[in-house]
Design a protein around this ligand. Structure first.
Ligand SMILES: Nc1ncnc2c1ncn2[C@@H]1O[C@H](COP(=O)(O)OP(=O)(O)OP(=O)(O)O)[C@@H](O)[C@H]1O
Ligand SMILES: [Mg+2]
Length: 456
């Protein structure tokens, strides 16, 4: 059923019988299924009647040239790979072949190793091309790569549509890993600005002292080391959209600058007093509750209202469990193809665990888990023991009301930590506590998990 388990097949086209025989012998020895044709007419007949993955054709043949075969293949078979053999050292022929659509060319004489390397490269390129074609085709459930059929996701999709038809500022909120950046991209690429750049900026990842010059650019001599003027992200995004991720991480001073950009639609490069007009649509995201941060005096209320013209909130994965299996299937297919492995099958118990688990790291965590399973597991069916240990734990303890709050808290903390690969800062961020509190809770949680739970 799966095309991946089928032997890869190659059609070899050459008017010289001994070359044809040599190619066939070598390729068969490598396990490929090989068809041969002495000319283009015979080759086309074979292509019409069998399913071939790759064509290796000679360039110079008496009646119809290899180039015509390349052209025919490109027009009729979008997935097929092509290798052109050039019989004499003709750079011109090779260039023409590649321009017409051959992946590879092989100058005669070539060694067995050169042949195998070219074949392998052609198959790799072909897989990449197949992936691109599949991804650009619009599946019914995929919207700019956003998978999901829950009512919650449908609301997000219709909000994206609305946002895309205006140039208003959008504030995207949602826990870590819920797909905020994906939503921002979807808005940009379905808007009238789609052919201009989408420029993502991680405001939390750029040091405060650099953020201003990164965003607005600087003029020559603005500071030591500024030997020439440089454009910032806003100039780069001119005509397009800028995505200000983790907007809550910006300083109050930077917030004033951003407010000015929003009000006046102009930016001032560092070291210059002359504002310049920019036409940039601002999309911002945060996993924090901005009103709370505003109350603490760490975020300007006026900027919040400027950003929040359209707001899109993406619910956590545990609140839209209908999407979990769809996403599981999607990532299994995606990574199966990417790693050239067959798409794994999940046991019913695995599917139960996956649906019941809390996914504190949301879609990103689910994606990571599936990716790892595709890479690590070689058996056809994935079973519960293949899942990360902290997920078994959640499977075993899923039922009944027999556990103390301390145990549940401890387990949750461990789950969150595992979901972010042990990154304590990230875990503390998700849990809404500081690192110090997390550290003290971890000590307690170790005790609570390792104490044998037999006294119930
Ligand atoms: N609905 C979805 N369909 C398919 N893939 C998704 C979906 N939501 C998220 N993803 C994938 O999950 C990963 C995380 O998404 P993204 O980076 O957009 O999240 P985020 O909300 O920006 O997270 P963070 O707050 O940690 O930056 C990405 O690889 C993204 O492609
Ligand atoms: Mg993000």
């Amino acid at each position: 059923m799966s095309s991946l388990s089928k032997r890869e097949s190659i059609l070899v086209v050459d008017d010289a019988p001994d070359t044809l025989e040599m190619l066939q012998r070598n390729l068969v020895s490598k396990g490929y299924q090989v068809y041969t044709a002495p000319g283009v007419v015979e080759a086309i007949r074979i292509l019409e009647s069998t399913s071939v993955d790759l064509v290796i054709t000679d360039y110079k043949m008496p009646e119809i040239s290899g180039i015509d075969l390349v052209r025919h293949v490109r027009e009729n078979y979008k997935y097929l790979g092509i290798i052109m053999i050039t019989g004499y050292p003709s750079i011109h022929g090779a260039v023409e072949a590649v321009k017409t659509g051959a992946e590879e060319y092989l100058p005669k004489p070539f060694t067995k190793e050169e042949l195998f390397a070219a074949v392998k490269k052609a198959f790799d390129d072909m897989k990449a091309r197949r992936r691109r074609i599949d991804e650009s085709g619009t599946g019914s459930t995929s919207y700019y790569g956003l998978i999901g059929e829950s009512n919650e996701i449908k609301k997000v999709l219709s909000a994206i549509d609305k946002a895309a038809s205006t140039t208003a500022t959008v504030l995207i909120t949602g826990e870590s890993g819920t797909g905020k950046e994906l939503v921002a991209r979807a808005i940009h690429y379905s808007s009238a600005r789609s052919s201009a750049p989408f420029v993502p900026v991680n405001c939390g990842g750029i040091p405060e002292t650099l953020l201003e010059s990164e965003l607005f650019g600087y003029v020559k001599g603005a500071f030591t080391g500024a030997n020439e003027s440089r454009a910032g992200f806003f100039q780069t995004a001119d005509g397009g959209s800028i995505f200000l991720d983790e907007i809550s991480e910006t300083s109050l001073a930077m917030q004033v600058n951003l407010l000015r950009v929003l009000q006046n639609k102009e930016v001032c490069m560092v070291g210059s007093h002359r504002p310049r007009k920019v036409d940039v649509r601002i999309l911002a995201a945060t996993n924090k509750d901005l009103p709370i941060i505003i109350d603490k005096g760490l975020f300007r209320e006026d900027l919040f209202y400027r950003l929040n013209v359209i707001s899109i909130d993406i619910p956590p994965l545990r609140d839209r469990r209908e999407d979990i299996l769809l996403l599981t299937d999607y990532f299994a297919q995606k990574y199966g193809k990417e790693y050239g492995k067959s798409v794994p099958h999940f046991s019913d118990d695995v599917l139960k665990v996956v649906q019941r688990y809390n996914w504190p790291g949301n879609v990103r965590e689910l994606e990571n888990v599936i990716q790892r399973l595709v890479v690590m597991v070689d058996s056809e069916t994935i079973a519960v023991p293949d899942l990360p240990a902290h997920m078994h734990f959640s499977a075993l303890s899923g039922t009944g009301f027999k556990r103390t709050l301390a145990e549940v808290t401890a387990e949750y903390i461990q789950n969150v930590l595992a979901s972010v690969d042990g990154n304590k800062s990230e875990a503390a961020r998700i849990l809404g506590i500081d690192r110090k509190t997390l550290r003290s809770k971890l000590v307690v949680s170790k005790r609570s998990i390792s104490s044998p739970n037999t006294d119930n």
